[in-house]
Design a protein around this ligand. Structure first.
Ligand code: KIV
Ligand code: ZN
Length: 385
């Protein structure tokens, strides 16, 4: 069974979300939880971008011991040297450097020719290798780059000493089959690629970030990048908790292991939501409020007979307290009686039937039936008995 390294960029790409601003103490708290969650690499920030980021990356590098800590640097000398000052405390200092490789980015943003971009990339990796034993190099906007050019520049940066090659879908443009095919092509074409880690980094503009990451795994990726709750620039990044659970639940298919401590999932997700202020949508896979809630009568009946009828993930697996059988207008008699018994009521069949009618009547009028509502309904029947 192969191993996939999980690279978490909640504190760098995730913090680039509009409206998020974490202070150093909050970043250190999240980093410690990510370490408990079992991520292989924590991208703690972009040290050259601000004094605050520098300080946070430095403190995280000094604190975290069981995950590798990295920081982002553009392909410029000052970024690389500043990053080293923040990251040098780790046992094996790791740097993440990048340059754009797509025609639109090279022409309009960088104003460089492809040959110049290859030269800058190689020089930046060579400089980084003087300080860092581990150097990840990313081809920004890889999925809109010419694939022959991509193969050429990757060949050169591997020769210059890069230890991880990352293929970002920077603007969330790729489809799963295209993204998978790109990994396949690079594996077949680039000499020496089998000696480095090959990483996927997906954005969610078309809602495909998780699917694209899984397609990359099927085509030889050995590292997956993303954020907790999928936060990040624009529509966000691939949600790591979804990928980790998919790899576990469909281990039969992916035949791989992520090293993630799944029972820390809920706690990690809640912490990131609380500290960033980004609310988790209720129907979000794995960590949404409704991810383990069942309302319809048919589903509730199935759940009471055997939870596997409608749940492929157990709440306990991700550190969630329990499944919730929500009582609403779609709920059935079995779930209603089961909840009444949990609340300590013992009624005759006839009174349960009357209480159920009253409950359905109320549920038609009211969105959410509370514990207090049930208490009143059931007490009424108890008193009449
Ligand atoms: O999306 C992207 O291209 C990035 C790079 C800096 C890796 O975040
Ligand atoms: Zn990104």
């Amino acid at each position: 069974m192969g191993k996939i390294d999980i690279f978490d960029t909640t504190l760098r790409d995730g913090e680039q979300s509009a409206g998020i601003n974490l202070n150093t103490a909050e970043k250190v708290e999240i980093a410690r939880q990510l370490e408990r969650f079992g991520v292989a690499v924590i991208e703690a920030g972009f040290p050259a971008s601000s004094h605050g980021d520098f300080e946070a990356v430095k403190q995280i590098a000094q604190t975290v011991k069981n995950s590798t800590v990295t920081g982002l640097a553009r392909a410029v000398q000052s970024d690389i040297l500043t990053s080293f000052e923040a990251l040098k405390y780790g046992e094996q200092p790791h740097l993440h450097t990048f340059i754009a490789t797509s025609p639109i980015h090279m022409e309009y943003k960088l104003k460089k020719t492809p040959d110049q971009v290859v030269e800058i990339a190689v020089e930046s990796v060579k400089l980084a290798k003087k300080y860092f034993p581990l150097v990840q190099w990313s081809a920004e906007d890889a999925t809109r780059s010419n694939k022959e050019f991509l193969a050429r520049i990757i060949t050169e940066v591997i020769k210059a000493g890069a230890t991880t090659i990352n293929i970002p879908d920077t603007v969330g443009y790729a489809t799963p089959s295209e993204y998978g095919a790109l990994f396949h092509y690079l594996r077949e074409t680039v000499p020496g690629i089998e000696k480095v880690k090959l990483s996927a980094h997906c954005h969610d503009d078309l809602g495909l970030a998780v699917a694209n990451s899984l397609a990359a795994i099927e085509n030889g990726a050995t590292q997956i990048e993303g954020t907790i709750n999928g936060i990040g620039e624009r529509a966000g990044n691939a949600a790591l908790e979804e990928i980790a659970v998919a790899l576990k639940i469909r281990g039969d298919y992916y035949q791989t292991e992520s090293g993630i401590v799944l029972k820390e999932t809920k706690r990690t997700s809640q912490l990131v939501s609380q500290l960033t202020g980004v609310i988790i949508q209720p129907n979000k896979a794995v960590v949404g409020k409704n991810a383990f809630a069942h309302e319809s009568g048919i589903h509730q009946d199935g759940m009471l007979k055997n939870p596997e009828t409608y749940e492929i993930i157990t709440p306990a697996m991700i550190g969630e307290v329990s499944t919730e059988l929500v009582l609403g207008k779609h709920s059935g008699r079995h779930a209603f009686i089961s909840r009444a018994k949990q609340m300590g009521f013992e009624l005759t069949n006839e009174n349960y039937a009357k209480a159920f009618v009253a409950f359905k009547d109320l549920a038609d009028r009211k969105k959410e039936i509370t514990e207090e509502d049930l208490f009143v309904l059931l007490t009424d029947q108890q008193v009449q008995a």
